[in-house]
Write a protein of this length. Structure first.
Length: 271
């Protein structure tokens, strides 16, 4: 694969939380195994801070495995192992003794199927800050409101914060899960097919939300929807059979791919 320079995303210096958490991700010859099966082969990738990177490719190509490796979520699976390096802001994600709970606070995760807790809307968003301790009720109130506003959900739920989150629509529940992740002030937000089960209106709201959030943090999204990748991402990485085939600015990759396999996938000849 030919290396392509991806410029850093524009800085928003006025946002204090942004300057604390740049959110640059790099992998160097990163490989991953589920038992004897190798799922990733020598992935070297740079994801600039405050940008949206889309992972595309056919099912089983390794894109979700790489996504879940960024916050070490794959470690819950027995028999896994890895080689190579993965870093967040030059700090080794896999170094011995690293606090994985703290790491996952800095690297939030939103899944394909929304998964709010069977609690109130308020308690869903306050959950992370509350278990971390040291927060007054007034501080929790502020965090909940700010997180719901960042997830463009506040105006829809502000009068029913004590009601069950399970009573929200699917699109609202997915934005609530994003708000829950944002409440921990992450540097990075990982999304695994976040809109695949949503209707077009809810999908549009999620995509608009991602555009706003990239001003504050780094976003990595796995999607099978090539049109969505084209709309929301600054850069796109194409994976095939566990290998990174090509990565480039999204517009260039979709209009002038350098690799024949990339062009074949984008034009629908396989996948």
């Amino acid at each position: 694969m030919t290396e392509t320079y991806l410029p850093e995303a524009p800085r928003v210096e006025s946002a204090s939380r942004v300057s604390r958490h740049p959110g640059t991700i790099t992998t160097e010859a990163f490989s991953f195994w589920y038992g004897e099966k190798q799922a990733l082969h020598d992935i070297t990738l740079h994801i600039p801070s405050r940008s949206v990177m889309a992972f595309i490719g056919p099912s089983g190509c390794g894109k979700s495995t790489l996504l879940r490796s960024i916050n070490r979520l794959n470690e819950i699976i027995p028999g896994i192992r890895h080689s190579g390096a993965m870093k967040l802001d030059d700090e080794d994600i896999y170094r011995s003794g690293r606090d994985v709970v703290a790491l996952r606070q800095r690297i939030g995760m939103v899944f394909q199927r929304w998964n709010p807790f069977p609690k109130s809307i308020y308690d869903n968003v306050a959950y992370g800050p509350r278990i971390n301790g040291g927060r007054t009720r007034a501080e929790l109130d502020e965090i909940v409101e700010a997180s719901l506003r960042r997830a463009v959900l506040w105006d829809e739920v502000k009068d029913r914060l004590r009601q069950s989150a399970l009573g929200l629509s699917g699109g609202q529940q997915q934005r609530l899960c994003i708000a829950r992740a944002l409440a921990n002030e992450p540097a990075v937000l990982l999304l695994d097919e976040p809109a695949s089960a949503l209707d077009p209106t809810a999908t549009q709201r999620i995509e608009e939300l991602l555009y706003e959030l990239k001003q504050e943090l780094t976003i990595v999204i796995v999607t099978h929807n090539l049109q969505q990748a084209g709309r929301v991402s600054d850069a796109t990485a194409f994976f095939y059979l566990g290998r990174l085939i090509e990565v480039d600015a999204t517009e260039r990759l979709f209009t002038s791919p350098r690799e024949e396999r990339t062009e074949a996938y984008i034009t629908g000849r396989f996948g």
